[in-house]
Design a protein. Structure first.
Length: 94
């Protein structure tokens, strides 16, 4: 796995909704550095399967590694606009 060289400016919230470093490392290791959406070796971000705005948590069970950019934006739009949550577990529904 390579090192992500581009940085994205983030808006900080008064409370933390980010995953712990340990959770981020675990997710990336489990997925072998591959995006859960497109399967490419990407600079991964850890995505909330169920957004915090919809009651999601920072638990490992709510974490999924996805590529920065298009793949992450796609999952955010599906979840926030349509209530569709993407997971790697076949048949799992929320």
């Amino acid at each position: 796995m390579g090192t992500c060289t581009h940085l994205m400016e983030r808006r900080r919230r008064p409370y933390s909704v980010e995953f712990t470093r340990a959770t981020k490392r675990q997710v990336k290791k489990e997925q072998g550095g591959l995006c859960a959406v497109c399967g490419r070796a990407e600079c991964l971000e850890v995505h909330h399967i169920i957004p915090v705005a919809h009651g999601g948590t920072r638990d490992r069970s709510n974490a999924l590694g996805v590529g920065k950019g298009e793949c992450h934006r796609l999952l955010d739009r599906l979840a926030l606009n349509y209530g569709i949550y993407f997971t790697m577990e076949p048949g799992k529904e929320y």
